[in-house]
Design a protein around this ligand. Structure first.
Ligand code: NAP
Length: 306
C-alpha cells in the first residue's frame, strides 16, 4: 500500500525544517504554498535548502497551492498562529474524513479554533522547542536542537504514523499532557519575550530586571493553576531563569519579529494569558500592564498590536 503523503501547509522556517527531514527519510511530502506567485518563486529555486551544522542539502519536494484537488490525509500546519485558521480553511474541502492535522503553532487559541471548526479532523497539538529561521527564499537554517511534543486535549492514544517522525530525525514524543506543555511554553514566553522587546535586549540582559521577571512568574503560576494546569506551574520561576541563562546571547523570537518589522503572535501569548485571567477573575496586574505596554510599543512602531 502506498505511504500516506505528508502535506506541509506553509513553507516557512518550521514547515521547511519538517518537510526537508521527511523528504530525506524517503517519506512522501508535498508543500502547499500560499498562491501562484509563491509557487513560481519556489519553482525558480527548484528545491528547499536545509542548512545544518554539518552541511547543506537540497530537497526538490513537489509543491502546489490550495487549489490542487488531491485529498489530504495528513497535514502539517506550519503557519503563524494568526494565519493558521484561514490557511486550513483554504484547503478544508480537500481534507479526507478523519484527516490528521498537526498544529505547530505557538501559544494558545489557534489550535482550539481549528479543532472546533473542523471537528471531523483529528487535530493534534504540537509543542516544539526546535529552532529554525529562513536565510533566504526556501533556505532554512536548523539553528537550535530541540524536541516536539505531540498530543490531543482528550489524551488519545499515539497514532501509528508517529514513529515516522523519529525515523525522519524529527525528535518527537507523544504525550498525554499536551495542554500542560502548551501552557508551560506560553508561560515561559510571557515571562521572557515581551520584556526583551520592551528593554530591546538579548535574553541574558533580563538579569537586570530580576524583580520584574519574578513578579510575572508568580502571576503566571497563579494563572496556570486557575486554568486547570497546576502541574505546568511547578518550578516555573526556576525554569524561566534556566531558559534565560541557556539562551543568554539570543534574541527572543518576539524580539526578532519586531526587529524585522513582522507581526508578532502576542494575541496568542500575552493576550491569551490576559483573556484567560479575565475568564477566571484573576487580577494579574503585572501581566495586564505588560500587555498594555507592549501593545502601545507595537503601535508606536507601526506594527499590529494583536
Ligand atoms: P514563518 O517562518 O513565518 O512561516 C510561516 C509560513 O506560513 C510562511 O511561509 C507563510 O507564507 C505561510 N503561510 C501563511 N499563510 C498561508 C496560507 N494561507 N497558505 C500557505 N502558506 C501560508 O513561521 P515559523 O517560524 O515557521 O513559525 C510557524 C509556527 O511555529 C509559529 O506559530 C511559531 O511560533 C511556531 N514555532 C516556530 C519555531 C521556529 O524556530 N521557527 C519554533 C517553535 C515554534 P508567506 O511567506 O506567504 O507569508
Amino acid at each position: 500500500m502506498a505511504e500516506t503523503t505528508w502535506h506541509i501547509l506553509g513553507a516557512g522556517s518550521l514547515g521547511s525544517l519538517w518537510a526537508t527531514r521527511l523528504a530525506r527519510a524517503g517519506q512522501p511530502a508535498t508543500l502547499i504554498l500560499r498562491d501562484e506567485a509563491r509557487l513560481s518563486r519556489y519553482r525558480a529555486c527548484g528545491a528547499l535548502e536545509l542548512v545544518e551544522p554539518d552541511g547543506t542539502s537540497r530537497w526538490a519536494l513537489p509543491a502546489e497551492t490550495a487549489a490542487a484537488d488531491t485529498p489530504i490525509q495528513r497535514l502539517v500546519v506550519a503557519c503563524k498562529a494568526y494565519d493558521a485558521e484561514a490557511a486550513v480553511a483554504s484547503i478544508a474541502h480537500r481534507l479526507a474524513p478523519g484527516a490528521a492535522l498537526l498544529l505547530l503553532q505557538n501559544g494558545i487559541g489557534s489550535q482550539q479554533a481549528i479543532a472546533e471548526r473542523w471537528p471531523q479532523a483529528h487535530c493534534i497539538f504540537v509543542s516544539s522547542t526546535e529552532g529554525a529561521y529562513l536565510r533566504g527564499d526556501y533556505q532554512v537554517v536548523h539553528a537550535g536542537r530541540g524536541h516536539n511534543w505531540l498530543g490531543t486535549p482528550a489524551s488519545e492514544a499515539e497514532p501509528a504514523w508517529c514513529t515516522a517522525l523519529s525515523a525522519s530525525a524529527i525528535p518527537a514524543t507523544w504525550t498525554g499532557d499536551i495542554l500542560d506543555r502548551v501552557w508551560r511554553k506560553l508561560a515561559l514566553n510571557c515571562a521572557i519575550n515581551p520584556l526583551t522587546v520592551l528593554h530591546d535586549c538579548r535574553n541574558g540582559l533580563l538579569r537586570n530586571h530580576e524583580g520584574e521577571v519574578n513578579a510575572l512568574c508568580a502571576e503566571l503560576a497563579d494563572l496556570l493553576a486557575a486554568t486547570g494546569h497546576p502541574a505546568a506551574a511547578i518550578g516555573l520561576r526556576d525554569d524561566v531563569w534556566r531558559v534565560i541563562e541557556a539562551t543568554a546571547n539570543n534574541y527572543s523570537s518576539m524580539h526578532q519579529d519586531v526587529a524585522r518589522r513582522r507581526r508578532t503572535e502576542i494575541a496568542f501569548l500575552l493576550g491569551q494569558a490576559c483573556r484567560q485571567a479575565d475568564t477566571h477573575d484573576l487580577p494579574v496586574q503585572r501581566l495586564r500592564a505588560l500587555h498594555d505596554r507592549l501593545r502601545t510599543h507595537l503601535r508606536a512602531l507601526g506594527l499590529p498590536d494583536d
